[in-house]
Design a protein around this ligand. Structure first.
Ligand SMILES: Nc1ncnc2c1ncn2[C@@H]1O[C@H](COP(=O)(O)OP(=O)(O)O)[C@@H](O)[C@H]1O
Ligand code: SF4
Ligand SMILES: [Mg+2]
Length: 348
């Protein structure tokens, strides 16, 4: 990837579509449907959405674990899926993913040290002794005590396992890490420590993160920009601060209003928006705006016409018929989003 140092843009996703085969013959599940965004080097790009909205599928495609059905994922402006199998294997070292389940990347038959050393052994970098020392140094960096290095995964806690996963991802000196619900399985008491570790490592190793979570507080805490995903599509994207204090899309507003303390001060006065129903079946996407079956502001037009994905203020994109650019500026300055008349729709 020679364009690497010439561009600040580490990742670009263009009109990404990802289909899976359903259980029955000919059935197609469109998990991701026309998603696009870009990520700059060194930033943390958050993706938020309910379970089943397609976040993990996007994350796996970003690190080339699954190919796009349509559209493109570019790494430093180049298509990694165009690489040969061996080139892609080498290239993947720079684009890592850490999953929610701390056991997912740990082999129960390997000690923690062996697990962290394994990617270096496969890559064949340095001498065996150098690889061992590098793995030990990384375990120390993620604050795993040296005596844990020789334990097996079942002998350590979930938090310690997740630290081992981080060390395993980091030994290959990646440029970008997709963090998929990385604290969701951990005890609440250690989540903050873990998030701080991610933040420290980002500074130290100049990492770029794509931080995926269903937990708004996690994404808000970590991210520079946030994309909100609903049923395979992005519905809103913007700077984390602006999106958290003045969300534009009714779905983002509902997610935020459902947050317990500590919600941003301006939202505490707001009444909760109760979303009706579950996320629809992946086999039967709603017509028009996919959110219309649950949107408190939906009108007949919403079921007929899909809203465009539009930039309504610098760096703020949204897909809703009723968010208007001119009023958006007003929204940013003063109070809740009157542009879409949310007060009238909020349920008490
Ligand atoms: N391997 C797969 N085969 C079939 N359907 C899948 C597969 N992976 C994900 N899906 C479906 O794609 C949709 C999005 O899933 P996922 O990306 O895991 O969402 P999220 O991470 O937001 O919870 C869901 O309907 C899920 O059932
Ligand atoms: S387009 Fe209609 S249904 Fe979709 S978010 Fe906007 S108001 Fe709600
Ligand atoms: Mg997921």
């Amino acid at each position: 990837m020679n364009a690497r140092e010439e561009s600040d843009e580490i990742l670009r996703v263009k009109d990404l579509v990802i289909d899976f085969a359903g259980r029955h013959r000919g059935q197609i599940i469109r998990a991701v449907d026309g998603v696009g965004f870009s990520v700059q080097q060194g930033e943390t790009f958050g993706i938020i959405g309910e379970s089943g909205s397609g976040k993990t599928t996007v994350g796996r495609c970003l690190v080339c674990l699954i190919p796009p059905t349509r559209g493109q994922v570019l790494h430093f402006a180049q298509d990694p899926f165009a690489l040969s199998a061996s080139e892609l294997r080498r290239h993947r070292r720079s684009f890592q993913i850490i999953f929610q389940d701390p056991n997912s990347a740990l082999d129960p038959r390997m000690t923690i040290l062996e697990t962290v050393r394994e990617p270096l052994d496969v890559a064949g970098t340095g001498t065996p002794d150098e690889r061992r020392r590098k793995a030990l140094a990384m375990l120390e960096r993620v604050a795993l005590a040296p005596e844990l290095a020789h334990r097996y995964p079942h002998e350590i806690s979930g938090g310690q396992k997740q630290r081992a996963n981080i060390a395993r991802a980091l030994v290959l000196e990646p440029r970008l890490i997709v963090c998929d619900e990385v604290v969701a399985a951990l005890d609440v008491s250690i989540q903050a420590d873990m998030l701080n570790l991610f933040a420290d490592l980002q500074r130290e190793f100049a990492l770029t993160y794509v931080f995926i979570s269903h937990d708004l507080r996690v994404v808000a805490h970590m991210s520079d920009r946030v994309a909100v995903m609903y049923f395979g599509k992005l519905v809103e994207l913007g700077p984390a601060g602006a999106l958290m204090t003045a969300p534009l899309h009714p779905y983002s507003q509902a997610l935020l209003s459902a947050e317990p303390e500590p919600a941003p001060a301006r939202l505490r006065n707001r009444q909760r928006i109760i979303l009706k129903g579950e996320i629809p079946s992946a086999l039967a996407p709603p017509s028009g705006c996919r959110f219309h079956t649950r949107c408190p502001l939906a009108v007949a037009e919403c079921a007929q016409r899909e809203p465009e994905w539009r930039e309504v203020a610098p760096g703020r994109l949204v897909a809703c018929h009723f968010v208007e650019p001119a009023k958006t500026v007003e929204v940013g300055r003063a109070g809740p989003p009157r542009a879409i008349g949310v007060e009238n729709a909020i349920k008490s």
